[in-house]
Design a protein around this ligand. Structure first.
Ligand SMILES: [Ca+2]
Ligand SMILES: [Ca+2]
Length: 497
C-alpha cells in the first residue's frame, strides 16, 4: 500500500528557499494506541519539485496534548513519546527524518507541522482515530514500521531464527509471515515473533490470525499469541502450544497470579491452515473471561478473573516464548488482527427460500464466535461456488458485488441455475457458515435488542436459537447448528472446571 499523499502547503515567506512543505502519511483513519507511520515532511520548491538546495530547516510537529504523542522512533521507550517533536530537514536535503504517531483518544484529531524559523503559518493534518486495533495481511511484503514500504509491527524478535514476509507463507493474498524458531543453544527465550508495543491501555481485547504449523519439535510449551502488560511485571494472557500440539489459553489476574489449563484444549494439526482466536471480555467487572477458539470452536477458557487495573503494553504473534530453547517450530501467519471487540469468525450466507429467477438475491454477513454480527474489516471479494456467476451488486447481475469495509449485512446477487448453490459463497479469511433461511430470524443473534452478547447480555444468557435449516433440500440440521451446539457443550465443560 502506497502512502496517501497529503499536501500541506506552507506559505514560507522571507528568504528561505523552501516554498512549501508536504507531509506523507499512510492512513486517513488511524487506530488509537498503536504506532502509526512513518510520516515524513518534504520541502518543495514553488514549482512543486522537491527542494534539495536549501539551508537546514527546523520543524516542530505538535499533536494535541492528551490526544496523541509523537516520536522519531517507533521502538523508543514510552518516555520518549511526547506531543511535541522537533525535527530537522538537513541542508541540501528535501526530507525530514521519519516520525511516528500514537493517538491516545478516539475521534477527530490532528497534528500540526510548523517551521518556526520561517514566517510560515502552521499547517494541520487531520485524521479520524478509531478504537485500538491492528491488522496485518502482510501484503506490503514488509514486517516492521521502519521497512520500505512500511509494515505494521514495531519489532521482530528472531533470536537464532528468522521472521519475514514470504509468498510461500500466504494464506490469503500474496504474502504471509514466516517464522522459523530453530533448536537453539543460547539462553534466548524469544524465538521468532512479531511485536507491537502499544501506548498502554486497559480493557477487552481480541487477537486472531490464520496460522499454519509447518513443523514442531513437540518438546516445549511455546507461546503463539502473547499480550504483555506495560510494566512487563507479568503477562496479561497468551495462547500456548504444548508438546502434544494441544492449544490452551492462560491468563494472569490483577495480583499477577497465573491461571491456565490444558484439560480441554484442542489439538492443532500440522501442515494445514487454521483460524486461531483469543478473546478477553468483561475486564471492567471482577470476572473477565479469556477464551481460545480453534476454527470458531471454543477449545480453552480461563476461569473468570479480576484483571481490573491491568494495562496492555505489547501484543505478539508467532513463536513468542519458550522455556527451553532446544524447542523448534516453523509457523506461517496471515491476517493477524487485534481489536477491543471480538472479530469476524464466520461468513454467513443466507438464501431466501423462494428464489426462482436466474439472478438470485442472497445476504452476506460476518459473525463473531459469540454470534454477533460484526462489520467487514476490509472490502470483501467473495469466492463463487462452481456453477455460479457473481456476486453482483445489482438485481440485474451486471455490476461487481464487492462488499465494502464496514458493511454489516449486504444483499448480493448471483446468476445460477440453482439457488441451492448460493450458500457455497466463501471468503478465505472466514469460516463458512451457510444458512438456509426460513425468511425469519437469523440463526444465532437477532441483532441489537435481543439480549444477546452483542447487547451486553451475560456470557451464557444467549439463547442458542438456531435456524431451521428447513429450506428446500435442507437436512434439517446444518453445519452451523452443529457448530453452535458444540460451542455450548464446550462452554458447559468450561464452567464445570
Ligand atoms: Ca496475506
Ligand atoms: Ca528454539
Amino acid at each position: 500500500m502506497r502512502p496517501a499523499s497529503l499536501a500541506l502547503l506552507l506559505s514560507l515567506s522571507g528568504p528561505a528557499l523552501a516554498q512549501s512543505l508536504r507531509v506523507e502519511r499512510a492512513p486517513v483513519s488511524v487506530a488509537a494506541r498503536f504506532t502509526q507511520g512513518p510520516f515524513q515532511a518534504t520541502r518543495l520548491l514553488a514549482n512543486g519539485q522537491e527542494d534539495t538546495s536549501g539551508q537546514p530547516l527546523g520543524l516542530t510537529v505538535t499533536a494535541g496534548a492528551g490526544r496523541a504523542v509523537l516520536s522519531a522512533s517507533p521502538t523508543a521507550g514510552v518516555s520518549s513519546w511526547a506531543n511535541v517533536l522537533q525535527l530537522d530537514v538537513p541542508a541540501g536535503q528535501s526530507r525530514s527524518p521519519p516520525f511516528y504517531l500514537r493517538a491516545q483518544a478516539t475521534g477527530a484529531q490532528s497534528f500540526t507541522v510548523a517551521a518556526p524559523s520561517s514566517a510560515a503559518a502552521p499547517a494541520t493534518a487531520t485524521f479520524t482515530v478509531t478504537d485500538p486495533a491492528l491488522g496485518d495481511d502482510f501484503e506490503t511484503g514488509s514486517v516492521t514500521l521502519q521497512s520500505t514500504p512500511p509494515g505494521r509491527w514495531t519489532s521482530i524478535t528472531a533470536g537464532q531464527g528468522t521472521v519475514e514476509a514470504l509468498a510461500a507463507a500466504a494464506h490469503r493474498g500474496a504474502y504471509g509471515l514466516h517464522c522459523v524458531d530453530p533448536a537453539g543453544t543460547s539462553s534466548s527465550n524469544f524465538p521468532a515473533s512479531v511485536s507491537h508495543v502499544v501506548d498502554p491501555f486497559p480493557g477487552d481485547l481480541s487477537l486472531r490470525c490464520w496460522l499454519r504449523l509447518m513443523s514442531f519439535s513437540e518438546s516445549e510449551h511455546v507461546r503463539l499469541f502473547k499480550v504483555d502488560l506495560d510494566a512487563f511485571a507479568a503477562g496479561a494472557f497468551e495462547l500456548v502450544l504444548s508438546p502434544q500440539r494441544r492449544l490452551y489459553v492462560t491468563a494472569w489476574d490483577a495480583q499477577n497470579f497465573y491461571f491456565g489449563s490444558q484439560s480441554d484444549a484442542g489439538t492443532l494439526p500440522v501442515g494445514s491452515w487454521h483460524l486461531l482466536e483469543v478473546t478477553r471480555r468483561g475486564t471492567s467487572s471482577a470476572a473477565a473471561t479469556t477464551d481460545a477458539f480453534l476454527d470458531g470452536e471454543l477449545v480453552s477458557s480461563v476461569q473468570p478473573l479480576d484483571v481490573r487495573g491491568q494495562r496492555y503494553g505489547s501484543v505478539n504473534f508467532g513463536a513468542f516464548f519458550e522455556n527451553d530453547v532446544t524447542a523448534a517450530m516453523t509457523v506461517d501467519v496471515d491476517d493477524a488482527r487485534v481489536s477491543t471487540a471480538p472479530q469476524a469468525t464466520f461468513l454467513e450466507v443466507q438464501v431466501p427460500p423462494s428464489s426462482a429467477t436466474s439472478c438470485v438475491p442472497f445476504t452476506v454477513s460476518l459473525r463473531d464466535v459469540f454470534g454477533a454480527q460484526v462489520p467487514a474489516p476490509y472490502a470483501l471479494d467473495l469466492v463463487a461456488p462452481v456453477g455460479v456467476q457473481g456476486p453482483f451488486g445489482d438485481p440485474a447481475c451486471t455490476a461487481a458485488g464487492t462488499i465494502a469495509q464496514g458493511t454489516v449485512v449486504a444483499t448480493r446477487y448471483a446468476s445460477t441455475a440453482s439457488s441451492e448453490l448460493l450458500a457455497g459463497f466463501t471468503h478465505p479469511d472466514f469460516i463458512p457458515r451457510p444458512v438456509r433461511s426460513d425468511g425469519g430470524t437469523s440463526p444465532v443473534d437477532a441483532g441489537p435488542g435481543d439480549g444477546g452478547l452483542a447487547d451486553g447480555g451475560s456470557r451464557d444468557a444467549r439463547p442458542l436459537a438456531v435456524g431451521c435449516g428447513c429450506g428446500a433440500g435442507g437436512s434439517g440440521v446444518g453445519p452451523g447448528v452443529l457448530l453452535w451446539l458444540g460451542l455450548a457443550a464446550a462452554r458447559r465443560r468450561a464452567r464445570r472446571r
